[in-house]
Write a protein that binds this ligand. Structure first.
Ligand code: AKG
Length: 265
């Protein structure tokens, strides 16, 4: 039984009984929630690997201060300046990450959405995100494809919640159906975030959905679906692991950052 959150602000759960219904929900909204896809043991092993990365702070990491999003520490030497937002390249840090990313329970669900032959791109996401309760920031409305270069803008991002996510600790928010919209370049700022000062965009943003998740839940979303997440105003860190997949016939553009190590599944 699969649950999809369908209305903005107030969450109703609708049971999606079949993979056809999951696919229809994904095609319509540009995202789908698969509750409890990862078992507790997987979540615990990933959390243990994350705790180790947090202890050692071994690069590559992305500091909150580096991006300078609203709410971030002003520099890496300011209070909280060494707060890590992302532990990158996790697939090569601990076997549990590849185990999860290539597990049939997950990859079969992805195949239902983008076709029977899929490839895990290690160039994008491939990270654990940690939103700290004291020093995190607001991620504006964006499409993941904005800096990726493939033949077609048809990839999926797959986020596994490692802890509960809600409107207080900054869960993902989506603009349903935005993967099918034509957005003009003048609706975006120079970093390709949706400009929140435009009435046209405000109208879209009023339709946002807060995707609350429990540890073990998975959100799969289209790389053109606009999404955002606020800083963490809760008491505990909000953690998730994110990977990116493409259909095997959607090749990266040679010579770009997207043209990197991959795993065929
Ligand atoms: O949790 C967040 O701040 C959002 C992360 C996100 O949207 C992304 O990595 O694309």
């Amino acid at each position: 039984m699969i649950t999809q959150t369908i209305s903005a602000q107030i969450h109703h759960s609708v049971h999606l009984a079949s993979s056809e219904e999951v696919r229809a929900a994904f095609d319509q909204d540009g995202y789908v929630l698969l509750p409890g896809l990862a078992v507790k043991e997987t979540v615990e092993r990933i959390l243990a690997a994350t705790a180790k990365m947090q202890r050692t702070q071994e690069p590559p990491v992305e500091f909150e201060a580096e991006l300078g999003y609203p709410g971030a520490p002003s520099s890496e030497s300011a209070p909280g300046g060494q707060t890590v937002r992302r532990f990158k390249q996790v697939a090569s840090r601990d076997p549990v990450f590849k185990e999860w990313a290539t597990s049939p329970i997950l990859t079969n669900a992805i195949k239902e959405l983008i076709g029977p032959n899929i490839v895990l791109s290690l160039a994008h996401h491939n990270c654990v995100m940690s939103k700290d309760p004291h020093f995190s920031s607001d991620t504006g409305w964006h499409q993941d494809i904005r800096y990726w270069r493939f033949q077609r803008p048809e990839l999926v991002s797959v986020l596994l919640a490692l802890s509960g996510a809600n409107s207080i600790n900054g869960c993902l928010r989506f603009l349903p159906g935005s993967h099918r919209m034509n957005i003009n370049t003048d609706q975006l700022d120079e970093d390709l975030f949706l400009r929140e000062d435009l009435e046209q965009n405000q109208e879209l943003i009023r339709r946002q959905i807060f995707l609350e998740m429990d540890a073990g839940d998975v959100a799969i979303f289209h790389c053109r679906t606009f999404h955002a997440a606020s800083r963490n105003r809760g008491a505990e860190a909000r953690k998730s692991v994110i990977f990116t997949y493409r259909s095997s016939d959607n090749l990266p553009i040679p010579g770009t950052r997207s043209d990197a190590e991959e795993i065929s599944i």
